[in-house]
Write a protein of this length. Structure first.
Length: 253
């Protein structure tokens, strides 16, 4: 424990735990969104690699019970093509990040997210399950955005929310999608040595805090009305647009 406090002062640990708790409650409730809350804030106080590796590990482990239940409710015909698209096209996003003006990319991401949010708010609905080709393309867009900035949720969230599916199915699709799509990220982090002793120390606090938050968020979903679920998802997509907007860097980073 002394090693933990030597690496992370108590006030910093409390701050990160509070942010992670809020992110976990959101993740347990909606099935997505925790990264959009935790990563921008955490990277302002700890190295980005430490924040990203800690979040990836704790999210992958703690959400396993959610994943087991979600696998029984998700629609595999639309989830698997989306996962394949994300895994393949995340490399394109990483390449764009390395070769293209970052500010231009971030404004493009912001515009895409805002357009997706406007589509959802308009009330338009895709009245049948997405065709596998549509799912693959949408997953590909998510992969590209994830490779550029880790803001990968809005395209797949918009696709499944704009369908006629029940919120429970939408949430299950998202949980399974992000769990499977993160396998490639996990392997990449291992290859680059991102799971360091700092990450291991931070997990001592992160795992129990996130587990409690996931539990509370999941219980809240069971009591919520479908309309409230959709509104919460809209707010999170709007948050993704804000956090990817370069004009707000002085306030958010």
């Amino acid at each position: 424990m002394s090693g933990l406090f030597d690496t992370f002062p108590p006030d910093l640990l409390v701050f990160l735990a509070l942010v992670l708790f809020v992110a976990g409650c959101v993740r347990g409730f909606t099935g997505f969104g925790a990264g959009m809350i935790f990563i921008p804030i955490a990277t302002s106080v700890v190295p980005p690699a430490v924040a990203a590796a800690t979040f990836l590990f704790v999210d992958s482990i703690v959400t396993l019970p959610l994943l087991v239940r979600a696998m029984r409710s998700c629609i595999w015909q639309t989830v698997l093509p989306a996962v394949l698209g994300a895994i393949l096209f995340v490399h394109l996003g990483a390449w764009l990040l390395a070769t293209t003006n970052v500010l231009v990319l971030r404004w493009i991401i912001c515009a895409i997210v805002v357009c997706l949010l406007a589509l959802l708010i308009s009330g338009w609905r895709y009245q049948r399950p997405p065709h596998p080709a549509v799912s693959f393309a949408t997953g590909g867009v998510s992969g590209v955005l994830g490779g550029i900035s880790q803001v990968s949720a809005p395209p797949v969230v918009a696709m499944w929310l704009s369908s006629s599916s029940d919120p429970q199915v939408v949430r299950a699709n998202l949980i399974v999608f992000f769990a499977l799509a993160s396998v490639g990220t996990f392997a990449a982090y291992l290859m680059h040595g991102f799971f360091t002793a700092e990450v291991a120390r931070l997990l001592i606090v992160a795992v129990p805090v996130y587990a409690l938050a996931i539990f509370l968020g999941a219980r809240g979903f069971g009591k919520a009305r479908p309309g409230f679920y959709r509104k919460t998802a809209y707010v999170l997509i709007a948050l993704a647009a804000l956090t990817s907007m370069p004009a707000l860097d002085t306030l958010l980073r």
